[in-house]
Design a binder for this molecule. Sequence first.
Ligand code: GUN
Ligand code: ZN
Length: 440
Amino acid sequence: MANTDQPAVKLLRGATVNFTDNPRIKGDENSVQYEAKGAIVISESGRILWQGAFADLPDAFKGLPCDDYDDKIIMAGFIDPHIHFPQYRILAAPGKDLLDWLNRFTFPEEGRYSSEEYAAKAAEIFLDRLFANGTTSALAFCSVHKTCADTLFAAAQKRGMSMITGKTMMDRLAPDAVLDTPETAARDSQELINKWDNKGRLKYAITPRFAVTSTDAQLQVTGDLYKDNPDCLMQTHLSESPGEIATVQKQFPWSKDYTDVYDHFNLLGENSFFAHGIHLSERECQRLAESGSTVVHCPTSNNFLGSGLFDIDHLSKPERPVGVGVATDVGGGTSYSMLQTLGEAYKVAMLKGRKITAHDAFYLATLGNAKQIKQDNETGNLEAGKYADIVVLDPKATPVLESRQEVSENLEDILFSLMILGDDRAISATYVAGERVYKR
Ligand code: GUN
Ligand code: ZN
Protein backbone atom coordinates (compact mmCIF):
# COMPACT_ATOMS: atom_id res chain seq x y z
CA MET A 1 0.00 0.00 0.00
CA ALA A 2 1.33 3.40 -0.91
CA ASN A 3 1.68 5.84 1.95
CA THR A 4 1.40 9.27 0.36
CA ASP A 5 2.03 11.47 3.42
CA GLN A 6 5.62 12.04 2.36
CA PRO A 7 6.98 13.04 -1.03
CA ALA A 8 8.69 10.17 -2.86
CA VAL A 9 12.29 10.91 -3.85
CA LYS A 10 13.89 7.69 -5.04
CA LEU A 11 13.22 4.32 -6.59
CA LEU A 12 15.31 1.17 -6.14
CA ARG A 13 14.96 -1.68 -8.61
CA GLY A 14 16.21 -5.24 -8.21
CA ALA A 15 15.15 -8.62 -6.85
CA THR A 16 13.45 -7.78 -3.56
CA VAL A 17 13.39 -10.18 -0.62
CA ASN A 18 11.18 -9.34 2.32
CA PHE A 19 10.82 -11.38 5.52
CA THR A 20 7.46 -10.83 7.19
CA ASP A 21 7.76 -13.56 9.85
CA ASN A 22 9.92 -16.38 11.18
CA PRO A 23 10.16 -19.16 8.55
CA ARG A 24 11.18 -21.71 11.23
CA ILE A 25 7.83 -21.22 12.92
CA LYS A 26 5.48 -19.99 10.20
CA GLY A 27 6.94 -21.78 7.15
CA ASP A 28 8.52 -20.16 4.10
CA GLU A 29 5.23 -19.51 2.32
CA ASN A 30 3.99 -17.32 5.19
CA SER A 31 7.28 -15.57 5.87
CA VAL A 32 9.22 -14.79 2.71
CA GLN A 33 8.16 -12.47 -0.10
CA TYR A 34 10.26 -12.49 -3.27
CA GLU A 35 9.93 -10.36 -6.37
CA ALA A 36 12.50 -11.23 -9.07
CA LYS A 37 11.72 -7.84 -10.62
CA GLY A 38 10.88 -5.75 -7.61
CA ALA A 39 10.89 -2.10 -6.67
CA ILE A 40 11.09 0.03 -3.54
CA VAL A 41 10.01 3.66 -3.27
CA ILE A 42 11.78 5.83 -0.70
CA SER A 43 10.40 9.01 0.84
CA GLU A 44 12.08 12.29 1.57
CA SER A 45 12.29 11.31 5.24
CA GLY A 46 14.24 8.15 4.36
CA ARG A 47 11.38 5.73 4.90
CA ILE A 48 9.91 3.09 2.63
CA LEU A 49 6.75 4.36 0.92
CA TRP A 50 5.97 1.37 -1.23
CA GLN A 51 7.47 -1.99 -2.20
CA GLY A 52 6.31 -4.69 -4.56
CA ALA A 53 6.61 -5.96 -8.13
CA PHE A 54 7.92 -3.33 -10.53
CA ALA A 55 5.02 -4.22 -12.83
CA ASP A 56 2.64 -2.97 -10.11
CA LEU A 57 4.46 0.31 -9.43
CA PRO A 58 1.82 3.05 -9.08
CA ASP A 59 1.98 5.69 -11.84
CA ALA A 60 2.74 8.41 -9.29
CA PHE A 61 6.15 6.81 -8.68
CA LYS A 62 7.14 6.27 -12.28
CA GLY A 63 9.85 8.68 -13.39
CA LEU A 64 11.53 8.96 -9.96
CA PRO A 65 15.34 8.95 -9.94
CA CYS A 66 16.24 5.23 -9.92
CA ASP A 67 19.12 3.12 -8.60
CA ASP A 68 18.75 0.03 -10.76
CA TYR A 69 20.37 -3.14 -9.38
CA ASP A 70 19.06 -5.47 -12.07
CA ASP A 71 19.02 -9.04 -10.68
CA LYS A 72 20.89 -8.25 -7.48
CA ILE A 73 19.03 -8.85 -4.22
CA ILE A 74 17.61 -5.93 -2.27
CA MET A 75 16.65 -6.63 1.33
CA ALA A 76 16.64 -5.08 4.79
CA GLY A 77 20.11 -4.19 6.08
CA PHE A 78 21.73 -6.57 8.55
CA ILE A 79 21.48 -5.95 12.27
CA ASP A 80 24.44 -6.95 14.44
CA PRO A 81 23.22 -7.35 18.03
CA HIS A 82 26.62 -8.04 19.62
CA ILE A 83 29.81 -6.33 18.53
CA HIS A 84 32.66 -4.55 20.33
CA PHE A 85 33.57 -1.15 18.89
CA PRO A 86 36.96 -0.86 20.68
CA GLN A 87 38.04 -4.25 19.33
CA TYR A 88 37.98 -3.17 15.70
CA ARG A 89 41.75 -3.68 15.34
CA ILE A 90 42.20 -6.97 17.17
CA LEU A 91 40.42 -9.54 15.05
CA ALA A 92 42.51 -12.69 14.64
CA ALA A 93 44.47 -12.30 17.90
CA PRO A 94 45.11 -15.88 19.01
CA GLY A 95 44.41 -16.48 22.72
CA LYS A 96 44.52 -19.82 24.55
CA ASP A 97 40.89 -19.27 25.53
CA LEU A 98 38.50 -16.40 26.30
CA LEU A 99 40.15 -15.22 29.53
CA ASP A 100 43.67 -15.41 28.08
CA TRP A 101 42.52 -13.54 24.96
CA LEU A 102 40.91 -10.81 27.06
CA ASN A 103 44.02 -10.33 29.19
CA ARG A 104 46.60 -10.45 26.40
CA PHE A 105 44.93 -8.53 23.61
CA THR A 106 41.58 -7.06 24.51
CA PHE A 107 42.11 -5.14 27.73
CA PRO A 108 45.34 -3.44 26.50
CA GLU A 109 43.64 -2.36 23.26
CA GLU A 110 40.50 -1.11 25.02
CA GLY A 111 42.73 0.94 27.36
CA ARG A 112 43.57 3.20 24.40
CA TYR A 113 39.96 4.45 24.26
CA SER A 114 40.50 6.88 27.11
CA SER A 115 41.75 9.15 24.31
CA GLU A 116 38.93 10.99 22.58
CA GLU A 117 41.09 11.48 19.51
CA TYR A 118 41.84 7.78 19.24
CA ALA A 119 38.20 6.86 19.76
CA ALA A 120 36.94 9.39 17.21
CA LYS A 121 39.21 8.06 14.47
CA ALA A 122 38.31 4.48 15.34
CA ALA A 123 34.58 5.24 15.26
CA GLU A 124 34.70 6.34 11.63
CA ILE A 125 36.64 3.24 10.59
CA PHE A 126 34.30 1.01 12.59
CA LEU A 127 31.12 2.46 11.08
CA ASP A 128 32.58 2.44 7.56
CA ARG A 129 33.30 -1.24 8.08
CA LEU A 130 29.74 -1.98 9.21
CA PHE A 131 28.36 -0.30 6.09
CA ALA A 132 30.84 -2.12 3.82
CA ASN A 133 29.38 -5.34 5.21
CA GLY A 134 25.76 -4.35 4.76
CA THR A 135 25.19 -3.84 8.49
CA THR A 136 22.91 -0.87 9.12
CA SER A 137 22.38 -1.08 12.87
CA ALA A 138 24.08 -2.58 15.88
CA LEU A 139 23.94 -3.27 19.59
CA ALA A 140 27.55 -2.56 20.49
CA PHE A 141 29.89 -2.57 23.48
CA CYS A 142 32.15 0.43 24.03
CA SER A 143 35.16 0.50 26.36
CA VAL A 144 34.91 1.44 30.03
CA HIS A 145 35.58 5.09 29.17
CA LYS A 146 32.68 7.49 28.98
CA THR A 147 34.35 9.31 26.11
CA CYS A 148 34.33 6.13 24.00
CA ALA A 149 30.53 5.84 24.19
CA ASP A 150 30.12 9.58 23.62
CA THR A 151 32.23 9.29 20.50
CA LEU A 152 30.40 6.32 19.01
CA PHE A 153 26.98 7.89 19.69
CA ALA A 154 28.07 11.13 18.02
CA ALA A 155 29.51 9.34 14.97
CA ALA A 156 26.37 7.20 14.54
CA GLN A 157 24.12 10.23 14.96
CA LYS A 158 26.02 12.05 12.22
CA ARG A 159 25.32 9.12 9.90
CA GLY A 160 21.61 8.96 10.78
CA MET A 161 21.90 5.30 11.72
CA SER A 162 20.34 3.23 14.45
CA MET A 163 22.88 2.50 17.19
CA ILE A 164 22.43 1.03 20.65
CA THR A 165 25.50 1.16 22.80
CA GLY A 166 26.82 1.92 26.26
CA LYS A 167 29.86 2.36 28.40
CA THR A 168 31.22 -0.96 29.66
CA MET A 169 31.10 -1.37 33.43
CA MET A 170 33.97 -3.37 34.99
CA ASP A 171 35.59 -2.87 38.37
CA ARG A 172 37.91 -5.84 38.95
CA LEU A 173 40.33 -8.37 37.45
CA ALA A 174 41.63 -6.15 34.65
CA PRO A 175 44.33 -3.46 34.28
CA ASP A 176 43.57 -0.10 35.94
CA ALA A 177 43.30 1.56 32.51
CA VAL A 178 40.04 -0.31 31.89
CA LEU A 179 38.52 -0.26 35.36
CA ASP A 180 35.84 1.96 36.86
CA THR A 181 34.15 1.75 40.27
CA PRO A 182 30.52 1.08 41.16
CA GLU A 183 30.05 4.80 41.77
CA THR A 184 31.71 6.12 38.61
CA ALA A 185 30.05 3.41 36.51
CA ALA A 186 26.61 4.40 37.77
CA ARG A 187 27.23 8.12 37.42
CA ASP A 188 28.81 7.95 33.94
CA SER A 189 26.15 5.54 32.65
CA GLN A 190 23.30 7.73 33.91
CA GLU A 191 24.87 10.83 32.35
CA LEU A 192 25.20 9.01 29.03
CA ILE A 193 21.59 7.83 29.25
CA ASN A 194 20.41 11.39 29.88
CA LYS A 195 22.45 12.65 26.94
CA TRP A 196 21.83 9.99 24.28
CA ASP A 197 18.98 7.60 25.03
CA ASN A 198 16.15 7.96 22.51
CA LYS A 199 17.89 10.84 20.71
CA GLY A 200 16.77 10.16 17.14
CA ARG A 201 17.79 6.62 16.27
CA LEU A 202 20.09 6.17 19.27
CA LYS A 203 19.41 4.07 22.34
CA TYR A 204 21.38 3.34 25.47
CA ALA A 205 22.39 -0.14 26.63
CA ILE A 206 23.48 -0.63 30.23
CA THR A 207 26.65 -2.65 29.74
CA PRO A 208 28.22 -4.67 32.57
CA ARG A 209 31.02 -6.59 30.79
CA PHE A 210 30.38 -9.90 32.60
CA ALA A 211 30.14 -11.21 36.13
CA VAL A 212 33.86 -12.04 36.17
CA THR A 213 34.90 -8.36 36.02
CA SER A 214 32.14 -6.85 38.19
CA THR A 215 32.02 -6.97 41.99
CA ASP A 216 28.77 -7.59 43.83
CA ALA A 217 28.65 -3.86 44.54
CA GLN A 218 28.87 -3.05 40.86
CA LEU A 219 26.26 -5.61 39.84
CA GLN A 220 24.02 -4.12 42.52
CA VAL A 221 24.27 -0.61 41.05
CA THR A 222 23.80 -2.09 37.57
CA GLY A 223 20.49 -3.61 38.66
CA ASP A 224 19.46 -0.30 40.22
CA LEU A 225 20.36 1.58 37.03
CA TYR A 226 18.31 -0.88 34.96
CA LYS A 227 15.36 -0.48 37.33
CA ASP A 228 15.59 3.32 37.13
CA ASN A 229 15.86 3.24 33.32
CA PRO A 230 13.59 0.35 32.29
CA ASP A 231 13.44 1.55 28.70
CA CYS A 232 17.19 0.99 28.23
CA LEU A 233 18.59 -2.30 26.98
CA MET A 234 21.03 -4.31 29.11
CA GLN A 235 23.84 -6.29 27.50
CA THR A 236 26.47 -8.60 28.93
CA HIS A 237 28.14 -11.99 28.38
CA LEU A 238 26.97 -15.34 29.72
CA SER A 239 28.18 -18.93 29.71
CA GLU A 240 30.77 -18.58 26.97
CA SER A 241 33.75 -20.66 28.05
CA PRO A 242 34.42 -23.37 30.65
CA GLY A 243 37.16 -21.29 32.34
CA GLU A 244 34.83 -18.31 32.64
CA ILE A 245 32.03 -20.42 34.11
CA ALA A 246 34.38 -21.97 36.70
CA THR A 247 35.58 -18.48 37.69
CA VAL A 248 32.02 -17.24 38.17
CA GLN A 249 31.21 -20.28 40.29
CA LYS A 250 34.12 -19.42 42.61
CA GLN A 251 33.26 -15.72 42.72
CA PHE A 252 29.58 -16.27 43.51
CA PRO A 253 29.52 -19.53 45.51
CA TRP A 254 25.91 -18.93 46.61
CA SER A 255 24.59 -18.93 43.03
CA LYS A 256 22.64 -21.81 41.49
CA ASP A 257 24.51 -21.22 38.21
CA TYR A 258 25.89 -18.40 36.04
CA THR A 259 22.45 -17.14 34.97
CA ASP A 260 21.42 -17.00 38.62
CA VAL A 261 24.13 -14.40 39.29
CA TYR A 262 22.54 -11.97 36.82
CA ASP A 263 19.07 -12.96 38.01
CA HIS A 264 20.02 -12.18 41.62
CA PHE A 265 20.94 -8.62 40.60
CA ASN A 266 17.70 -8.21 38.57
CA LEU A 267 19.40 -8.18 35.19
CA LEU A 268 17.13 -10.63 33.36
CA GLY A 269 14.23 -9.29 31.33
CA GLU A 270 12.75 -8.45 27.95
CA ASN A 271 15.41 -5.84 27.26
CA SER A 272 18.31 -8.05 28.39
CA PHE A 273 20.91 -9.46 25.98
CA PHE A 274 23.30 -12.23 26.90
CA ALA A 275 26.03 -12.97 24.38
CA HIS A 276 27.08 -16.59 23.76
CA GLY A 277 24.97 -18.78 26.12
CA ILE A 278 26.73 -21.93 24.92
CA HIS A 279 26.78 -24.08 28.05
CA LEU A 280 23.38 -23.31 29.58
CA SER A 281 21.53 -25.87 31.69
CA GLU A 282 17.83 -26.58 31.33
CA ARG A 283 17.17 -24.50 34.46
CA GLU A 284 19.03 -21.53 33.01
CA CYS A 285 17.13 -21.78 29.72
CA GLN A 286 13.86 -21.83 31.63
CA ARG A 287 14.74 -18.67 33.56
CA LEU A 288 15.97 -16.91 30.41
CA ALA A 289 12.79 -17.90 28.57
CA GLU A 290 10.34 -16.92 31.30
CA SER A 291 12.08 -13.56 31.79
CA GLY A 292 11.93 -12.81 28.05
CA SER A 293 15.72 -12.44 27.82
CA THR A 294 17.64 -12.85 24.57
CA VAL A 295 20.71 -15.01 24.02
CA VAL A 296 22.93 -13.85 21.17
CA HIS A 297 24.70 -16.55 19.16
CA CYS A 298 28.22 -15.50 18.10
CA PRO A 299 29.46 -18.41 15.98
CA THR A 300 32.72 -17.09 14.50
CA SER A 301 33.85 -15.96 17.94
CA ASN A 302 32.87 -19.22 19.62
CA ASN A 303 34.78 -21.22 17.06
CA PHE A 304 37.81 -18.93 17.05
CA LEU A 305 38.19 -18.89 20.86
CA GLY A 306 37.29 -22.59 21.13
CA SER A 307 34.43 -21.68 23.45
CA GLY A 308 32.02 -24.40 22.34
CA LEU A 309 29.14 -25.27 20.01
CA PHE A 310 25.91 -23.33 20.48
CA ASP A 311 22.80 -25.50 20.26
CA ILE A 312 20.05 -23.49 18.59
CA ASP A 313 17.42 -26.21 19.05
CA HIS A 314 18.16 -26.50 22.78
CA LEU A 315 17.65 -22.75 23.20
CA SER A 316 14.56 -22.66 20.96
CA LYS A 317 12.63 -25.60 22.49
CA PRO A 318 8.99 -24.84 21.61
CA GLU A 319 7.77 -25.37 25.20
CA ARG A 320 10.15 -22.68 26.55
CA PRO A 321 11.77 -20.83 23.63
CA VAL A 322 14.62 -18.52 24.58
CA GLY A 323 14.80 -15.56 22.17
CA VAL A 324 17.87 -15.93 19.96
CA GLY A 325 19.82 -13.32 17.99
CA VAL A 326 22.89 -13.88 15.81
CA ALA A 327 25.91 -11.58 15.81
CA THR A 328 29.54 -11.14 14.83
CA ASP A 329 31.10 -10.44 18.26
CA VAL A 330 33.97 -8.61 16.55
CA GLY A 331 36.83 -8.76 17.67
CA GLY A 332 36.49 -12.23 19.31
CA GLY A 333 34.49 -12.83 16.15
CA THR A 334 36.64 -13.13 13.06
CA SER A 335 34.50 -11.24 10.55
CA TYR A 336 32.36 -8.14 10.30
CA SER A 337 30.32 -9.95 7.69
CA MET A 338 26.89 -11.16 8.74
CA LEU A 339 27.03 -13.43 5.67
CA GLN A 340 30.08 -15.21 7.08
CA THR A 341 28.47 -15.20 10.50
CA LEU A 342 25.37 -16.95 9.13
CA GLY A 343 27.56 -19.44 7.26
CA GLU A 344 29.39 -20.26 10.50
CA ALA A 345 26.07 -20.57 12.37
CA TYR A 346 25.00 -23.09 9.75
CA LYS A 347 28.18 -25.15 10.23
CA VAL A 348 27.87 -25.07 14.04
CA ALA A 349 24.28 -26.26 13.73
CA MET A 350 25.43 -29.09 11.45
CA LEU A 351 28.02 -30.17 14.02
CA LYS A 352 25.22 -30.32 16.61
CA GLY A 353 23.01 -32.33 14.24
CA ARG A 354 20.73 -29.31 13.70
CA LYS A 355 19.51 -27.58 10.58
CA ILE A 356 19.31 -23.87 9.70
CA THR A 357 17.95 -23.02 6.26
CA ALA A 358 19.08 -19.90 4.40
CA HIS A 359 15.63 -18.42 4.90
CA ASP A 360 15.94 -19.02 8.67
CA ALA A 361 19.39 -17.48 8.68
CA PHE A 362 18.57 -14.30 6.73
CA TYR A 363 15.41 -13.85 8.79
CA LEU A 364 17.52 -14.01 11.96
CA ALA A 365 20.03 -11.44 10.68
CA THR A 366 17.27 -8.97 9.74
CA LEU A 367 13.73 -9.07 11.16
CA GLY A 368 14.66 -11.63 13.83
CA ASN A 369 17.42 -9.46 15.28
CA ALA A 370 15.23 -6.36 14.87
CA LYS A 371 12.49 -7.99 16.96
CA GLN A 372 14.95 -9.03 19.66
CA ILE A 373 16.37 -5.49 20.00
CA LYS A 374 12.82 -4.04 19.89
CA GLN A 375 13.43 -2.08 16.70
CA ASP A 376 11.12 -4.00 14.38
CA ASN A 377 8.69 -1.08 14.23
CA GLU A 378 11.46 0.93 12.51
CA THR A 379 13.62 -1.58 10.64
CA GLY A 380 14.19 -5.29 9.87
CA ASN A 381 12.23 -5.61 6.64
CA LEU A 382 10.85 -3.64 3.68
CA GLU A 383 7.42 -2.85 5.10
CA ALA A 384 6.07 0.59 4.14
CA GLY A 385 6.68 3.09 6.94
CA LYS A 386 9.98 1.63 8.12
CA TYR A 387 13.35 3.27 7.57
CA ALA A 388 14.93 2.40 4.23
CA ASP A 389 17.90 0.59 5.86
CA ILE A 390 18.84 -1.66 3.00
CA VAL A 391 21.56 -3.97 1.72
CA VAL A 392 22.05 -4.88 -1.94
CA LEU A 393 23.60 -8.33 -2.36
CA ASP A 394 25.40 -9.55 -5.47
CA PRO A 395 24.84 -13.30 -5.87
CA LYS A 396 27.55 -13.37 -8.56
CA ALA A 397 30.13 -11.29 -6.68
CA THR A 398 32.99 -13.77 -7.12
CA PRO A 399 33.85 -16.40 -9.73
CA VAL A 400 32.91 -19.17 -7.31
CA LEU A 401 29.53 -17.58 -6.56
CA GLU A 402 28.95 -16.94 -10.25
CA SER A 403 29.45 -20.64 -11.06
CA ARG A 404 27.24 -21.60 -8.15
CA GLN A 405 24.36 -19.48 -9.46
CA GLU A 406 24.42 -21.50 -12.70
CA VAL A 407 22.95 -24.39 -10.69
CA SER A 408 20.85 -22.39 -8.21
CA GLU A 409 17.18 -23.13 -8.71
CA ASN A 410 15.42 -20.86 -6.26
CA LEU A 411 15.82 -18.10 -3.68
CA GLU A 412 16.84 -20.55 -0.93
CA ASP A 413 19.74 -21.73 -3.15
CA ILE A 414 20.87 -18.18 -3.88
CA LEU A 415 20.75 -17.06 -0.26
CA PHE A 416 22.37 -20.27 0.92
CA SER A 417 25.29 -19.83 -1.48
CA LEU A 418 25.66 -16.22 -0.33
CA MET A 419 25.92 -17.19 3.34
CA ILE A 420 28.40 -19.99 2.72
CA LEU A 421 30.53 -18.34 0.01
CA GLY A 422 29.81 -14.63 0.45
CA ASP A 423 31.58 -11.91 2.39
CA ASP A 424 32.05 -8.15 1.97
CA ARG A 425 32.65 -8.67 -1.76
CA ALA A 426 28.99 -9.62 -2.07
CA ILE A 427 27.80 -6.28 -0.71
CA SER A 428 27.00 -4.07 -3.72
CA ALA A 429 25.50 -1.20 -1.78
CA THR A 430 24.19 -0.19 1.63
CA TYR A 431 21.51 2.40 2.40
CA VAL A 432 20.75 4.01 5.74
CA ALA A 433 17.48 5.92 6.01
CA GLY A 434 17.27 6.01 2.23
CA GLU A 435 20.77 7.42 1.65
CA ARG A 436 23.35 5.29 -0.09
CA VAL A 437 26.18 5.14 2.43
CA TYR A 438 28.30 2.51 0.69
CA LYS A 439 28.83 1.39 -2.89
CA ARG A 440 31.28 -1.27 -3.96
N1 GUN B 1 33.43 -11.81 27.81
C1 GUN B 1 33.74 -10.66 28.46
N2 GUN B 1 34.25 -9.74 27.61
C2 GUN B 1 34.25 -10.31 26.40
C3 GUN B 1 34.66 -9.85 25.12
O1 GUN B 1 35.12 -8.73 24.92
N3 GUN B 1 34.50 -10.72 24.09
C4 GUN B 1 34.00 -11.97 24.26
N4 GUN B 1 33.89 -12.79 23.22
N5 GUN B 1 33.61 -12.42 25.45
C5 GUN B 1 33.74 -11.60 26.52
ZN1 ZN C 1 31.27 -9.97 23.23
